[in-house]
Design a protein around this ligand. Sequence first.
Ligand code: BGC
Length: 752
Amino acid sequence: MFAAGTMLFASCSTSPESEMDAFIDDLMSKMTLEEKIGQLNLPASGEIITGQAKSSNVAERIRKGQVGGLLNLKGVERIREVQKQAVEDSRLGIPLLFGMDVIHGYETIFPIPLGLSCTWNMEAIEKSARIAAIEASADGICWTFSPMVDICRDARWGRIAEGSGEDPYLGSEIARAMVRGYQGDGMKRNDEIMACVKHFALYGGAEAGRDYNTVDMSRQRMFNDFMPPYKAAVEEGAGSMMAAFNDVDGIPATGNKWLMTDLLRNDWGFDGFVVSDYTGVTEMVDHGMGNIQDVAALSVNAGVDMDMVSDSFMGTLVQSVKEGKVSEETINTACRRILEAKYKLGLFEDPYKYCDLERPAKQVFCAEHREVARKIAAESFVLLKNEGNILPLQKKGTVAVIGPLANTKANMPGTWSVAAVAQNIPTLVEGMKHALGDKVNIITAKGSNLMSDAAYEERATMFGRSLGRDNRTDKQLLDEALRVAAKADVIVAAIGESSEMSGECSSRTELEIPDTQRALLKALLNTGKPVVLTLFTGRPLVLNWEHKNVPAILNVWFGGSETGSAVADVLFGDVNPSGKLTTTFPQSVGQLPLFYAHKNTGRPLAEGKWFEKFRSNYIDVSNDPLYPFGYGLSYTTFEYGDVKLSANSMDANGEITATVSVKNTGKYDGNEVVQLYIRDLVASVTRPVKELKGFEKVFIKAGETKEISFKINVEMLKFYNFDIDYVFEPGDFDVMIGPNSRDLKSARFTVK
Ligand code: BGC
């Protein structure tokens, strides 16, 4: 068959598309129905097993041509060996896809995606994906289950950590950047890998923030707020898409033809393949969609091409074809899509394209990549509070780094970092020492367990991410911490969530800092020494108490393998923080879901009021967030001028320029994310009070003023109307510019 491939490559009069078609036609003409169905399976390699998966005899199945790809097998030598089995021992020698969750880096780990999004730096985000692709491909992986582009507005959902936050516009820009970073110039090179956009669709809308829960949303919300990032990734040429676990409009995504075929393929023109999520096909039995044969047929008929792990395609599709429940044409289409992906990746030309045994030593976790990860980590941190400019710290004296997150390696990378090698990752304290050398004396203590409830702590530190529960009593731990603190000039409290308190199946109903750590923080504050809270978290937390009582709070999310050095860079002023939140921090869990782009309602509050009877509000807490979307401080200050418009009106083909001056009024040079929001004042459907429509990250020197301009055209004013047509409606619009979604200056224009 490779001879056939070579022959086809030799003929230059045909287009690459038709060469591919001819090659696949020829290959498929030799395939039995069983072999075609064989291509539609993605079993686990047996290494990393979650959910309801059962282990299976994968090697035997590869020889029989019953496997299309393998999931989460790590190590180029092993991958090469398995590829050899597929190529040499199966009848047709069709190479396998090797897929892995390379979500925010491979061994060099970047911040969790939610943190990464807070850089608002598309170049940096693309670069992180590029480096992830270089490392993963060096180690044999040709396919990553990323980007995760699910919009989420409910901080209870643990997987908010894996996405880019609440905003569809920013989420779309990030989705595009990630796809570009992974696939590079179309997966031609051996360091470019195929992206898999997930989880299609609406997974982040799980009811009550409980993972895998039902999603029920209007088409309006779906198309205006949740669908744009998936669509953007498709437009960017993503090679594959993963079906979500949840149902959409009453039909599980994995069996939802409207979603997988009508919308994805027919409306959006997606030409890659769709893989189910892990056991997603057989989970439809529990959804109440029939028996295993029924749900496998439902899935493939809906347009899902590959079954991740559940083996239901393998076990039932031959029978379903015989019984006329699935047509051979449907199987052919799915098989063709998998073969096309392999062809596009160049695996027919060279099945060992990603199996260069020399590459890992040079490219995986190399100094150059770690340096980039350190810079990006520092850029992802969000300074939430800095009373009395306690930060940056001076590089002198003794600093006590105290808390359960201070000395853990396994928790630095954050959730979904399956390829990370924990023992290679510096702890926070090790990283800080590395960055600061002997300029600062760093001393440390654990101070408390993660929480007092040991059983909860165990659930929150699964997958080898244990912090090592300390058998000492809370008092003993605290006494030690206070002895250490007594010797210090400044205290850095390293507290928050463990990395597995967010991520998959880590939903929470209470979002405060766990009890033992709050007690530790109080005791540290009582010493009267300056305390900086270095907050680890995979989601927005409820930080009212901390905001009131702690002078400085730096939210570092989970910063990846270089967290420690990056924290030192920011705390000691080598890097001026510039991260801005991409998710709203609530005052109370009871406000959730909470997001800036809400509708006005018929009973909005009057300006300046937080409560009025018979208005849309609560009687106990204002509607305001604690920290709004887009918020983040710097060591310097920026002053915004008024919004100036190039004209007050335009026609539908026109363009208006909105300009503001931004002055750096502080002592430090710094980056500022200037944000543009628009409100459509009157429309045929109710519209949000503001929506992000543009942003620019600019470097402004101390004392300098920059003019920042945004072009506004009708494309930016379009939305999905009641009939789900993407339209523009003339009328008045407010344009708002500022440093976050709350503190904005505005001007009005009309489109005729
Ligand atoms: C997750 C996916 C992931 C897959 C494979 C599932 O549990 O939902 O995001 O890609 O496992 O590991």
